[in-house]
Design a protein around this ligand. Structure first.
Ligand code: HEM
Length: 127
């Protein structure tokens, strides 16, 4: 069987890509590394430990908001958003107890859109 360059070149590129990705898994800027956070894992990143980054969840996406420590750190006005996904509070303004929940149940379409816009803000402003 003759070795066709039309087949050989794509296969070679695929093998090289595979090796590079195995060697440098976090190097691809188009596909940042995917990490899955549980509620328990996220909780300590709530700004109380100055040695840890501050993480904030919204609509299931997790952002590093450490550079906004003044807002999100201990004593900050938006500290209740840290170490959890409190998506609902972005429209309810209820920053206490049951208000700090990720459930969107019963919200209007406009309210859900407003939360999506907050998430866009985090995509623009934080990692
Ligand atoms: C539902 C109610 C509210 C929510 C969910 C909310 C949420 C937020 C969030 C997420 C930020 C961005 C912080 C950042 O830069 O990462 C912010 C900024 C800010 N908010 Fe609110 N906010 C609310 C109500 C208010 C009210 C009532 C006031 C004023 C009395 C206020 C004043 C401010 C100010 C001044 C900033 C800018 C802080 C700065 O960049 O220094 N917010 N807010």
């Amino acid at each position: 069987m003759r070795w066709s360059p039309f087949l050989g070149i794509p296969i070679l590129l695929a093998i090289i890509s595979y090796i590079v990705f195995q060697l440098f898994p976090n190097s691809c800027t188009y596909f940042p590394p995917v990490r899955l956070f549980t509620v328990e894992y996220l909780a300590p990143y709530n700004g109380t430990d100055p040695g840890l980054p501050i993480l904030l969840g919204i609509l299931g996406s997790v952002f590093d908001v450490t550079k906004g420590r003044d807002h999100y750190g201990a004593g900050g006005g938006y500290n209740h958003f840290s170490g959890r996904d409190a998506s609902r509070a972005f429209v309810s303004g209820n920053f206490t107890g049951e208000g700090l929940t990720d459930t969107l149940h019963g919200l209007s379409r406009a309210e859900v859109k407003s939360i999506v816009e907050w998430r866009d803000f985090y995509f623009r402003t934080y990692t």
